[in-house]
Each structure stands twice: as C-alpha cells, then as structure tokens.
Design a protein around this ligand. Structure first.
Ligand code: ATP
Ligand code: FE
Length: 368
C-alpha cells in the first residue's frame, strides 16, 4: 500500500510517496524560508500565495519521482491541523480535490503527531516513548502511547524556542554578521556561540516558581533585549550595528535556552517513571523540530537522557523540519493501525489550533 503525504501548514510546501515499509519512493519540498526571512517574518497571505503557486508542482514532482500514479495510491494524507489557516487551506483543498477525483481514502494529519512519529520511520522505536518537539512554532513535551494516543505533559505558554532565537538574532542583526551568511536565526546563534564565553552574561532561568513541564521564552527574550540595549549604550553604538561581545551573548542565550529545556524534560522523565507511564528498562527520549539540530541543546539532552537511563533518539536534521515524508509516514502508521482513514471528504476542515493528545499538565504539576 502506498500513501501520498502533503504538507502546507506553515511555510514549506512538501509532498512524498511512501510504501508501507517506510521506503521513500519520491519526495519534493519547496521552502519559503528565504522569502519570509527577508520580510522579517511569515506574512500569512504571502505564504498562502506561495503554497498556491507551488502545490501542484511539488505533488507532481513527488509522484513522478516515485513512478507511482495517483490511481495506485492507497490513500492521501494531508496536514489539516495545527498551523496557519491560510496555509493549511491550500494543501487541504488540493488534496480533497485529488481524493475526490480519484476516489481515494483521505487521512487527516495532525502536524505535531507527524513530527513525533517521524522517528519510527528511521529507527525501531516501540510505544510508549517520551517526545520533545522544539521548533519555530512549537515547544511540546508529550508521551506517545500509540499512533493517535498522546499524553500532553507540557508546552510553551508563550512563544517557541526557535521563535525566540530568531527574534534575538534579528535584534542582534546577525544577518549582517560576516560569519552568519544565510543562516536561520537559531543556527547563527549556535555558530557564534561556539567562540563565545557564556559566563560573561547570566540570564535567569524561566518559570522557576512553576513545578510543571511548561515552557516560557518571552520573558527571557525581554531580559536578553535589555542586556543588548545596555551593552549598546556602553559601546556607544546604535541598534543594527554589531556588538563586539555578540558571541558571548549568543553563548549565554543558547545556554539558558538549553538549561530551561533540560530542566523541564528532566521533570517529565521523573513523572513518567514514577507513574509507570514509561518503563525504566525501555524508556526513550525522542527529540525533533528545527531547534533539535542545535548541537549544544542536543548534547545537553543526550547527557540528561543517559543520566536517567533513557535512550536518546532524534531523526536526521532534514526530517526534523517540515517535510512531506513525515506526513506520508503518519498516513502509513494510521493506515496500518486502521485509525482515522476517511472514505468521504464531506465536512473535512482545517483547524489552526489543535492540542496534541490528552492534556495532563495539571497532574504533572500536582505530582511534582
Ligand atoms: P513548526 O514546525 O512549529 O511549524 P517551523 O517551521 O518554524 O515551526 P522548523 O522548521 O522545525 O520550525 O524549525 C525552524 C526553527 O529552528 C527556526 O526558528 C530556526 O531558528 C531554528 N533553528 C534552525 N537551526 C537551528 C540551530 N542550529 N540551533 C537552534 N535553532 C535552530
Ligand atoms: Fe513543523
């Protein structure tokens, strides 16, 4: 059985065809990142327009690379939640038309479920496992108990870590930095941090008063902005010019982001073991999302995992960010599990906001 996966929830137009064993027969991806980076952020109607311009070509490219015709597909799987309404709409409309024309079953996909299950495409991982998703739009700690069975332990109460790193990078004008040409904000910070002294700055760890697994990055962002402003005054330079101590700031920011993520993840591990949600012998931490490609954060999480008897797993970087492969894989998982496969396209809508699984964050807090 073959599945076509389609992704348009944010700023990537992706498509892929996979077979039931997870073999990628064909894939295509059109990223809008560069265009949005120039604009300083994603403008929803621009994203929509670009998805419209590219969706057909991306889908056809994935199909032709796979040598599979639409009539041979077992189903079409498409991201319907969560994401930008205007972006989700393009992929959904295209997919529903295709499903109707060829009379194919349709599998609506939760974008974060797809991120969480991607690891099962590249590694042998059995349920349950602990999963941490770190990206530009999300920060989630959850237990994956089954293909469509998740327990939500915690999430960000304001912005996601990638968003915060991008904002700090913009405030530091890192696009103008000679060593950071063409890098995403988080990537630029990681690069500069390698040669910075993090101890020159200390930023208070967020959410110390909350004994839960939620995250917060916007207060931290304000603290960093204040430090940057202070330093600009000291050095007598204007906003937009590069500070001499930019590497030290990058290192300190990266460190506090890592420390915050590690602290919340540690609490999640202890909660899961104490309540037998995960078994000590087979406990696994899976980390994904664009920010998971940060080596400093990754190494910290890896050390945490091993210190607590967890295996540490992360998909390869190209599967950590948005793509069509993970959507098709989620379709395969659902097809195999026999859940969420629809034989009529009536009444299917996209949902910009959609929680992942059952929220047990209050229980975590009471228990900690
Ligand atoms: P979502 O998947 O939640 O819809 P998104 O598409 O913005 O959001 P991704 O493509 O998974 O997320 O990740 C992009 C984010 O990852 C950006 O914020 C970027 O700055 C960050 N990022 C990329 N590389 C690194 C790195 N090496 N270190 C830290 N952050 C990074
Ligand atoms: Fe994503």
């Amino acid at each position: 059985r073959l599945v076509l996966g389609i992704e348009t929830s944010c700023d990537d137009t992706g498509a892929a065809v996979l077979d039931e064993t997870g073999r990628v027969l064909g894939e295509a991806l059109h990223s809008q990142k560069e265009i949005h980076m120039k604009a300083g952020g994603i403008i929803p109607h621009v994203a929509q327009q670009l998805h419209r311009e590219n969706i057909q070509q991306v889908a056809e490219e994935a199909l032709s690379a796979s040598g599979v015709s639409v009539s041979e597909l077992a189903a079409i799987a498409t991201t319907v939640k969560p994401g930008l309404a205007l972006s989700l709409g393009v992929g959904l409309q295209y997919s529903l038309q295709l499903a109707d024309r060829y009379q194919k079953p349709f599998i609506p996909i939760h974008h974060m479920e797809a991120h969480a299950l991607t690891i099962r495409l590249t590694e042998q991982v059995e349920f349950p496992f602990l999963v941490l998703l770190l990206s530009g739009g999300h920060c989630i700690l959850a237990v994956a108990r089954g293909v469509s069975d998740f327990l939500l332990l915690g999430q960000t109460i304001d912005i996601a870590p990638g968003d915060m790193l991008d904002k700090v990078a913009r405030r530091l004008s890192l696009v103008k930095h000679p060593e950071c040409h063409g890098m995403a904000g988080g990537k630029a910070i990681e690069h500069l941090a390698q040669n910075g002294d993090r101890q020159q700055y200390t930023f208070r760890l967020p959410m110390q008063q909350y004994r839960n697994c939620d995250f917060s990055f916007s207060g931290l962002q304000s603290l960093v902005n204040r430090a940057i402003f202070q330093k600009e005054k000291e050095e007598g330079i204007q906003e937009g010019e590069i500070l001499s101590c930019v590497k030290d700031i990058a290192a300190a920011v990266q460190h506090v982001v890592a420390a915050h993520i590690i602290q919340r993840t540690h609490r999640a591990m202890l909660f899961c073991l104490k309540n037998s949600i995960l078994l000590p012998k087979s406990a696994t931490l899976v980390v994904s999302g664009g920010v998971a490609s940060n080596q400093y954060i990754r190494k910290g999480l890896q050390a945490l995992a091993h210190a607590n008897g967890f295996a540490f797993l992360s998909p390869p970087p190209r599967l950590c960010t948005d793509n069509g492969v993970m959507i098709a894989w989620n379709g395969i998982e659902r097809l195999r599990a026999g859940c969420g496969v629809l034989y009529s396209t009536d009444g299917i809508r996209y949902e910009p906001k959609a929680p992942l699984g059952i929220d047990i964050s209050k229980r975590v807090e009471e228990d900690s």
